[in-house]
Design a protein around this ligand. Sequence first.
Ligand code: HEC
Length: 124
Amino acid sequence: MKNSHRKKQDYTIHLLSLLLLLLLQLTVVFPSLAKEITETSLGEKIFQTHCAGCHPNGSNIIRRGKNLKLKALKRYGYDSPEAIIQIVTQGKNNMSAFGNRLTEDEIKAVAEYVLTQAKNNWKS
Ligand code: HEC
């Protein structure tokens, strides 16, 4: 009788520690997941609002060759976040500058979105 009681207690403690461990893991996994999701959607939102007019689906309706596909980005030296941040901030020829319309964080997010999309061949 006494013995079986102890066994039950042991089992409960074991279960509790497992639950605690699970909780701990969830708090570690979820914030980073949430951060990833919000960052992607911020960049995508900015792109749809400010860039898609001239660059629908990564193209360029004004200067066709200067599109946002990986090949063109590489050819013209825009295959890094820094270079994209620079052209978005200062503009170039027929592309307007966004430095006074978007925050630094927004420009960074949209630059990362462009690069991710280019690497995905604008498939998603
Ligand atoms: C008014 C139309 C227009 C808008 C809006 C626009 N762009 Fe552009 N974009 C251009 C043109 C035109 C070029 C080519 C500039 C040149 O080299 O003469 C260009 C070039 C680029 C390039 C370099 C591509 C290459 O292959 O050389 C990147 C990167 C880029 N744009 C990103 C963006 C992003 C990100 C946004 C939104 C924040 C944006 N553009 C908004 C017209 C636009």
